[in-house]
Design a protein around this ligand. Sequence first.
Ligand code: URA
Length: 189
Amino acid sequence: MSNKEEMRRIEEEIKGCKRCELWKTRANPVVGEGALSARILFVGEAPGYNEDLKGKPFVGKAGNVLDELLESIGWQRADVYIANVLKCRPPGNRNPLTDEIRACTPFLDAQLELIEPEVIATLGNFSLAYIFAKFQLKPEKIGKIHGNVFTVSTIAGIKRIIPLYHPAVVTYNPKMKEVLIDDFKVLAE
Ligand code: URA
C-alpha cells in the first residue's frame, strides 16, 4: 500500500470511529493535513469550533498564529504535517479526557509511523504530555523546556522532539508571540 493509500485508510477509520463519545457531538473529524513526506510533524491538542466545521486542523485564530509563525521562518503548511492528539472536538473546547486520549492516540501513532518525521513539534500541554510519554521522556512543564530539543533513538531512527507553546496562547497574551518566534527559529535550524 502506498503512503497515500495508507493515510486514506487511516482517514476512513477515523471517520467511522466510535471508540469514545466525541463522534456524537462532532461535525467533522479532523484527521490532519500536510505533506506525507514532511520532515516535521506538529501535534496540536484537538479540533476547536472552526476545525470541527471545516474538518481541517488549525483554521481558526490559533491557526492564523501558526501560519504567521511558519511564515516567520519561511515555511508554509505544505512543508509540514499538522495533526492533533484528538481527532474530534471536545464539546465547548473542554480539555481532552484521559479515556479520549487513550482511545484516539492509536491514530496519531499510525500517522507518526507512516510519515516518520525527523522532528516532532508539540503544541501545548496535552501534546507535550502524550509525546513525552510515548518516547519515554520524563514529564516536564512547558514553561521550563519550550524551545529545547530532545533527541530520542527509535527503531525508525533518531527523532528530535521540540516542545512549543500552543499558538492559542498568543490570542490571550500577545507578548508570547516573541517567545514562539524564538522557538520557531530553533525549529528552522
Ligand atoms: N487547536 C488545536 O490544538 N488543534 C487544532 O487543530 C486547532 C486548535
